[in-house]
Ligand binder design. Structure first.
Ligand SMILES: Nc1ncnc2c1ncn2[C@@H]1O[C@H](COP(=O)(O)OP(=O)(O)OP(=O)(O)O)[C@@H](O)[C@H]1O
Ligand SMILES: [Mg+2]
Length: 156
């Protein structure tokens, strides 16, 4: 863990989220979500089109003032606190992060479950190679319609 804490890639005041149970890593595949001591996490914005889609999703939900469905949806997702730019590459920010509420911030022994919903885990524009690699990861999902990608039962 100490090599992460000293890594120049991390935005100041952040460290790897110790309760992350699944999901993407970036920067040589080492770093995932980052914990900030203000009750939020930073989630790396993935390569196009995925990260931008997620950003647009949060923007739409948290900026809407007249769509009651979107306003109601806010209570089911982490609070969105905007985009953070970090990681210096010759004066240009190298990485973008979504600043999100840390959903386990008030829990001393959090239990976390990461579920992928759906029979397919690829998008409609996915290449045949992507479809094959995603399907091969857990073939029963095609019948079950969901899969667990990670779980943490007790964290001390
Ligand atoms: N808001 C949050 N609060 C606490 N932990 C979180 C939060 N968001 C994500 N995590 C942790 O990070 C992990 C990965 O999150 P997530 O599934 O959102 O990212 P991803 O798999 O990289 O991207 P995506 O699922 O959007 O393709 C989760 O399993 C969970 O452990
Ligand atoms: Mg995920």
């Amino acid at each position: 863990m100490s090599e992460f804490l000293n890594s120049p890639q991390l935005p100041p005041g952040t460290k790897p989220l110790p309760t992350q149970v699944g999901g993407h890593k970036y920067g040589n595949g080492q770093i995932g979500c980052l914990e900030v001591n203000d009750g939020t996490i930073l989630k790396h914005v993935q390569r196009p089109p995925y990260g931008q889609r997620e950003l647009d999703f949060y923007d739409e939900i948290f900026q809407s003032t007249d769509d009651n469905t979107l306003i109601e949806l806010r209570s089911f997702v982490p609070e969105f606190h905007g985009v953070i730019h970090g990681g210096n590459n010759g004066g240009v920010a190298k990485h973008q992060y979504l600043k999100l509420e840390n959903l386990i911030k008030k829990l001393s022994k959090p239990c976390v479950l990461d579920i992928k919903m759906g029979r397919k885990t690829y998008d409609p524009e996915a290449s045949p190679e992507k479809v094959a690699s995603q399907t091969a990861k857990f073939p029963p999902a095609q019948q079950l319609g969901y899969q667990f990608t990670g779980m943490l039962v007790k964290y001390c």
